[in-house]
Design a protein around this ligand. Sequence first.
Ligand code: AKB
Length: 316
Amino acid sequence: MGSKILIIGACGQIGSELTFALRDIYGDNNVVASDISYSNLDVVNSGIFEIVDAQDYASVKTCVEKFNIDTVYLMAALLSATGEKYPMKAWDLNMTSLFNVLNLARDKFIKKVFWPSSIAVFGPTTPVNYTPQYTVMEPTTVYGITKQVGERWCEYYYSKYGVDVRSLRYPGIISWKTLPGGGTTDYAVEIYHEAIKQGKYECFLKADTELPMMFMDDAIKATIDIMHAKFEDVKIRSSYNLAAISFTPETIAESIKKHIPEFKISYKPDYRQDIAESWPKHINDSYAREDWKWKHQFGLERITEDMLMHLKKKYE
Ligand code: AKB
């Protein structure tokens, strides 16, 4: 194993859990967590933590050299809903941070890169059911555009410079430790918090809006699995389709009602409805399942049990 890892964006929803998981595998001294601010004290206090500005090449390089880093997980990004409010900010952060890390790999300061893509690379002209790996991609959000362009650059750096970059198209990720921020799929996390705190939730998507989703444990497993896969088994160097389950707000509410019968959901769709409607309902991830044996473990009922159990303890 012997890796020295840097996680950029370690205070965020996925970055924080990835930090804990990687520390379990590689040991606290071999995993450096970093972010632009001290916004998640659980992460900051859990081991080595550095302030790193992902948009500043010198800031990233200094940290890489200071800790002899060979592997970078670039988890910093502005997501779909926030990206629509601040288009240029999303473009600048999502693209500059990627170039900074890819250039460090091209220039041999680091050996391996993980960069998350998203189902947001797809758009209204993409087939919505069991969306294939290779298909029409005309994203209509700034976030989706950055992820699609980023995928092209990842493949380019792999084929032109031999950069070992690996990527997954994450669906909406559900977790209880750290809240997501600024995404269209965030409702599927907020709903559990509000079910415990208020017994009701006003959803910003329509009842029948079906989207691909995944429990955090599965997302972390997929991320670590692709990074541990043999070089030659990672055949797609843009980004892999990745799937677990798909559901609507109505279905998740039904699953919560099995545990909290008085739970009430109401619907007030906003601008995020258009974003959700431009994305697939189901994803075909057969390449990931074939190439590096991806398999998800969590279905909706298990996710609901786990989320409600942990959030009950949190709010007690
Ligand atoms: C978002 O909703 O923007 C993200 C994503 C699907 O990439 N969760």
